[in-house]
Design a protein around this ligand. Sequence first.
Ligand SMILES: [Zn+2]
Length: 51
Amino acid sequence: MAHCDNCESHVTKAYHRVFSDNSGVLHACSRCHDQAKMLDGAGVGEVNSDR
Ligand SMILES: [Zn+2]
């Protein structure tokens, strides 16, 4: 089962293949990017609604 090596949440095989590095380590999944985005911005009560 493919998973993110950063947050260990499940990702699809295709996602893992595209975003993992040459040794098969997925450093960040979409969830990680979301969290990074939230931590990065001020983000109090404001969530991206452009999904
Ligand atoms: Zn992750």
